[in-house]
Design a protein around this ligand. Sequence first.
Ligand SMILES: NC(=O)C1=CN([C@@H]2O[C@H](COP(=O)(O)OP(=O)(O)OC[C@H]3O[C@@H](n4cnc5c(N)ncnc54)[C@H](OP(=O)(O)O)[C@@H]3O)[C@@H](O)[C@H]2O)C=CC1
Ligand SMILES: O=C(CO)[C@H](O)[C@H](O)COP(=O)(O)O
Length: 469
Amino acid sequence: MTETEHLCDIAVIGLGVMGRNLALNLNDRGYKVVAGDAFPDVVVSARAELEPTVTVVDTPIDVLKHLKAPRTMLVMIKAGDPVDALIETFRPHLQPGDILIDGGNSHYHDTERRQALLEADGVRFVGLGVSGGEEGARHGPALMAGGDPDAVAAVSAPLAAIAAKAGDGAPCFGTFGPGGAGHFVKMAHNGIEYLVMQALAECYLLLSGPAGLEREAMAETFRRWDETAASSYLLEITAVVVDEVDTDTGRPLVEMIKDSAHHKGTGRWTVEAGLQYGVAVPGIATAFLARALSSRRAPHAASLRRLPPAGDAALIADDLGKALPAVMLAAYAQGLSLISEASKVNGWGTELATVARTWRAGCIIRAAMLDPIADAFTADPELTDITLSPLAEEILETAERPLRRVVAAAVADGVPVPALANSIAYLDGLRAKRVGANLIQGQRDLFGAHTFERTDKPGVFHHEWPVVS
Ligand SMILES: NC(=O)C1=CN([C@@H]2O[C@H](COP(=O)(O)OP(=O)(O)OC[C@H]3O[C@@H](n4cnc5c(N)ncnc54)[C@H](OP(=O)(O)O)[C@@H]3O)[C@@H](O)[C@H]2O)C=CC1
Ligand SMILES: O=C(CO)[C@H](O)[C@H](O)COP(=O)(O)O
């Protein structure tokens, strides 16, 4: 046996939930893995769990001497400063050609900055979005890569091997362009995740409130919806969450969970990117703001609700199930439109069909709808907005009216449904014959001579409006 045959193919650095499971997944696919973590207690527990299949070393830097050249390291640590600190520790020890893959939820601007920094040393840095949580990491996540094409190509084999496989057998591993494109696609994925989760939380509110469904009936309803065009992982887990019983109290566990949502940043970044690129992501913003609002509610807030229920319970439940595909369409539309614009501005060349295909399995936003969404983008390469496709017509044919009715009933009942209401407003904003922006242009021209375009002739115009004092 030659000396290099003892060496490992890849290192995993950061042995939390994701790192450990990705290490085992890589090992299952025939890759020899060395793994390290900065924290001695994590190393001890990782050793107990991973050895002898995976070699666990005492510190991150120790992985270097166990690796074949070019040395490839998959970093799965907390995003932000820890990644910069790790890079600073590694930099003096890295050699030209070495590849660092950051699989954490890093901001795409950070990824671009780190790539530029390491490029000066000849070290290649790939920004990899990973989705699928613990289960996905172990048995097949969706992977979204971005960075120098040669570097991405060099790590494609192990990444495609560990990725989830879609129904047609294709690996859910996509490459989306240079720089931070991979982390941008992952960020937009999480934005969509926020909106679908918020919409499902509102469905739960309506089913448990105005519709008056108890635990089992509610779980059954979500399970039934999972057999429709809205079929998705998030719907499936919603049924599981509402069905769980608290062993302490015997009540539904979800009722015992504090009504206040947390976040780690990716939803906010998606909204910030929407603002930066001028792409409307109102549903994602609404979902993010609803989480923020949920943690700022005064303890006495519930007593402020005065309205008696006004909706028809059976109708609400029925309409909700029919409405969900439209809400999901609005969520995917917002995330994909944002990716499309960022790709255009940055020259990434990100293909929306590939994004939708990569999300079909392994990730949190996997859904039946992603197959026809991918097909719609393949059929029309000029398409940048899924709400303008024949698929949208098909979905809205059955979902639009129920969504309008359910939002009206919720508003009448005083049930907060910002994501559902925003979804119909978003679809109307894109598809209505008129949106009233002509009046805004008139107002701007009156008070600031900002000019306007006309419907009947080209050019830019200013009107001498009557003076308003
Ligand atoms: N969990 C999930 O579902 C998903 C997570 N991600 C992303 O993957 C990355 C890892 O996530 P996850 O495994 O859940 O996180 P964990 O917190 O479980 O693990 C992160 C690892 O990084 C270590 N770590 C923390 N701070 C530092 C530091 N300053 N320097 C070096 N190592 C550090 C942690 O050590 P210690 O335990 O001692 O803090 C731990 O070993 C994150 O960026 C996360 O956003 C992406 C997709 C899904
Ligand atoms: O990336 C993920 C899934 O795709 C993570 O689970 C993410 O951390 C969830 O985001 P948040 O904590 O903000 O809800």
